[in-house]
Design a protein around this ligand. Structure first.
Ligand code: BTN
Length: 242
């Protein structure tokens, strides 16, 4: 696969654009769509993703699959790992909060939203990522949960373009491996990149209830095992840690 790029000064959402325009992309390429600002940036679970102009990275990767496979749910985790590797030279305590948030000391620096849609070229996988790069404290405070940026961490601004190029190269190589071999080659590095410690207390919200337990580990399918009070183990899939 080769990388093809498209940049917008302003767009509603790079993910929404990728979905609308899916038929127009090269079916053999990994297309990277970026924007300087998003006027309707979207997060997981229908949340807003605050996307002010020229401050952060707003990007969506799109690629095509002839048939569905049951490990597509790991793609956001693979992208999270690519992002961690890309960000390590800039901030060494960058970690993943399961399933795919990028955090520094429990404060969110980035998030991933993957969506699947049908197109003339088959299934289109859209992997969107937002990373807070040069966002000042005053704007980070507008986010409804603890958030950080590279600027906040290092008191220094960075080139969004340089980070975007580095991320695209890393994701292309990780995605190529994933499409050939699945999540198995990533399992160990994913587990090591997590902010959670074995036996650490966690609360899992599956949108019906909040379940408390201890972190037991990550399974080969990327799900999280939570050890419950009664000694049973819950495999967490869809939902989030609070
Ligand atoms: C989350 O953690 O809730 C996911 C955030 C994903 C944000 C990115 S920014 C680029 C792409 N376009 C969007 O509208 N959302 C994703």
């Amino acid at each position: 696969m080769r990388i093809e790029k498209k940049h917008f000064d302003s767009i509603d959402s790079t993910n929404s654009y990728a979905k609308r325009a899916a038929d127009t992309f090269n079916p053999k390429a990994l297309t990277l769509i970026t924007a300087s600002e998003q006027t309707a940036g979207r997060g997981r679970f229908r949340r807003e993703w605050i996307s002010p102009k020229d401050m952060n990275l707003y990007a969506s990767f799109i690629f095509f699959l002839k048939t569905l496979r049951d490990d597509l749910g790991n793609i956001p985790q693979v992208l999270a790992l690519s992002a961690v590797e890309t960000l390590k030279p800039y901030v060494d305590n960058i970690k993943i909060k399961w399933p795919n948030d990028l955090v520094v000391k429990e404060e969110k620096l980035g998030g991933i939203l993957c969506e699947l849609t049908q197109s003339q070229h088959g299934w289109a996988m859209i992997a969107g990522i937002g990373m807070n790069i040069n966002m000042p404290d005053s704007l980070l405070k507008k986010i409804d949960r603890p958030a950080t940026s590279l600027l906040k961490e290092n008191r220094q601004e960075y080139s969004i373009d340089t980070l975007s190029k580095a991320l695209a190269e890393k994701f292309l190589s990780d995605l190529t491996l994933f499409l050939l071999q699945g999540f198995e080659p990533f399992l160990e590095s994913f587990t090591n990149a997590l902010v959670h410690k074995k036996n650490g207390k966690l609360k899992f919200n599956n949108f019906k209830e909040q379940i408390e337990g201890k972190f037991e580990g990550i399974n080969e399918d990327g799900s999280l095992s939570l050890l419950l009070e009664d000694g049973s183990v819950l495999r967490c899939t869809t939902g989030e840690l609070v």
